[in-house]
Design a protein around this ligand. Structure first.
Ligand code: URA
Length: 250
């Protein structure tokens, strides 16, 4: 996030704040009207961060707020390095919802992303020199068995079953898998905040389990960092375009 904020500051010359987070859990940088916050890994961490950011937006009396999640993901049938803009978010039971436990009961919330925003982001692909695709994203609570991997410490299914599941996801239009999307989509939708998810794929799960960042022959740390900057490039192109439009219409 610090890299993203610094890069945005370099590209736009808007002021860059210090780290505004007073905890050691998250960081938060402000560049003009754009806040950069890391939410950690998985739904529990994201849920805390997201709800605190919603409170922050409320106390700051902000209007016309957009939330975007930028991250990495496992791709399905797309070249590693492809940026996927989520058109929908499903949970690991393949439902577009986030199931939360409240007062000892299961509560379901619809996981809905803003279609117009995903279309606008897709339009911004003309500003970046990177493959960009749209597709459904699946969020899981487990990186290994939850994402049909064979290389975790446990695995009670066959490689054929894993492949069949991943292929089924592909047929349903799922193009990437990560660990936050359905909660992110549900919380922002419930809050009435337009939101989008942009993730770069670091592996094609139809062919591989492992990210292989240890083996430079496949994906070096440098290449991994370059992949991570691809989501930034698309998001920052959108911010610059949108802010320029707002300024022109004033
Ligand atoms: N993040 C995930 O959740 N899965 C991957 O395969 C890569 C990144």
């Amino acid at each position: 996030m610090k890299n993203y904020a610094e890069q945005y500051h370099k590209e736009t010359s808007v002021g860059l704040s210090e780290n505004l987070s007073k905890t050691d859990r998250f960081v938060m940088y402000k560049t003009g009207p754009v806040l950069w916050v890391n939410h950690g890994m998985g739904i529990p961490s994201l849920s805390i961060c997201l709800q605190e950011c919603i409170k922050l937006m409320y106390y700051a009396e902000t209007t016309d707020v957009t939330f975007m999640r930028l991250g990495t993901s496992g791709g399905l049938g797309v070249e590693p390095g492809t940026v996927v803009i989520s058109t929908g978010a499903i949970n690991e039971f393949l439902k577009p919802e986030y199931i939360q436990a409240v007062l000892g009961k299961k509560v379901k919330h619809d996981a809905i992303l803003d279609k117009a925003l995903s279309d606008e982001l897709y339009e911004c692909r003309r500003f970046v020199n990177t493959p960009v695709e749209k597709g459904i994203t699946m969020g899981t609570d487990c990186f290994f068995e939850g994402q049909a991997r064979l290389d975790g410490p446990f695995c009670d299914y066959s490689s054929e079953d894993a492949t069949a599941f991943l292929r089924k996801l592909y047929e349903l239009g799922v193009r990437n898998v990560e660990m936050e999307c359905n909660c992110f989509a549900a919380i922002t939708y419930r809050a009435g905040i337009r939101s989008a998810i942009i993730c770069v794929t670091v592996v094609d799960r139809l062919h591989d389990d492992t990210l292989k960042i240890q083996k430079p022959i496949f994906l070096s740390p440098k290449a991994f960092r370059e992949y991570e900057m691809r989501t930034f490039k698309l998001a920052s192109a959108y911010f610059k375009d949108r802010l320029a439009n707002i300024a022109n219409n004033k």
